[in-house]
Design a binder for this molecule. Structure first.
Ligand SMILES: [Zn+2]
Length: 236
């Protein structure tokens, strides 16, 4: 009975968006403002970063001394219990693709307006294991990346960097062990497509950066000329 009632609750939440598509993407409570995806209240508190005008920032600092990246930026700051956490959760687990689409469009526009970002040659999303993609219906980073791709007119390829086996538990491992542990499972196909090119790697959230680091190293090994990172959010 408990399971049924939680199912009905979840169904109700999903139904609200079918019936009222104009509700704010962040709080799901108030109507969107004109020309924006968020309500006035959420727009006011949306924690946008200044990464598109700051060459050294929380994202680039994450990778300093670990992997050489050209540009790095996150659109938003991630905090526990924040509207950003809710949006990322809904994008990843609640089939709310439009959240990734809207944030990708905003991030793409900021990239084009940025005085420091150079436009990449190709966009590659951090891969999710095919089993997980089948279960969830999509890779959230691909949804975000496709919207960035449309905004900056650069092709996205999700068949070059592939994840082949599930990542084993990372609990109790050092940073170095974690990186090795993750990098084993990324496979690079068609390296000729990235060889000598500026690759933009897109992800949903940068936390430890271990997964992204493994992706970047794989792309570097495959001959990418330079690598930049763009994520929806960064923790901290
Ligand atoms: Zn709102």
């Amino acid at each position: 009975m408990n399971k049924l009632s939680s199912y009905i609750k979840a169904l109700g939440r999903d139904l609200i968006h079918v019936l009222f598509p104009d509700l704010c993407l962040a709080c799901n409570k108030l109507p969107k403002t004109r020309d924006a995806a968020f309500c006035v209240e959420c727009l006011h508190v949306m924690p946008y970063t200044d990464h598109f005008i700051l060459k050294e920032n929380e994202v680039t600092k994450h990778f300093r001394g670990r992997v050489n990246i050209l540009h790095g930026a996150a659109l938003l700051r991630f905090r526990e219990g924040s509207i950003v956490q809710v949006m990322l959760h809904n994008l990843k687990y609640k089939k709310r693709k439009e959240i990734g689409e809207v944030l990708g469009e905003i991030a793409g526009k900021k990239l084009l307006d940025s005085p420091i970002f150079s436009v990449p040659d190709i966009i590659i999303p951090v891969p999710v294991h095919p089993k997980k993609v089948r279960r969830r219906g999509y890779n959230q980073s691909t949804i975000f990346g496709k919207a960035v791709s449309a905004a900056i007119h650069v092709a996205l390829a999700d068949d070059i960097l592939i994840k082949e086996t599930e990542t084993t538990s990372q609990t109790g491992k050092s940073r170095t062990e974690r990186v090795e542990n993750v990098s084993e499972v990324f496979v690079l196909r068609k390296p000729e497509e990235i060889s000598g090119r500026h690759v933009l790697v897109v992800d949903d959230v940068v936390t430890t950066g271990a997964t992204l680091e493994a992706c970047c190293l794989k792309l570097k090994d495959g001959g990418a000329k330079s690598i930049s990172i763009l994520s929806i959010a960064v923790a901290g």
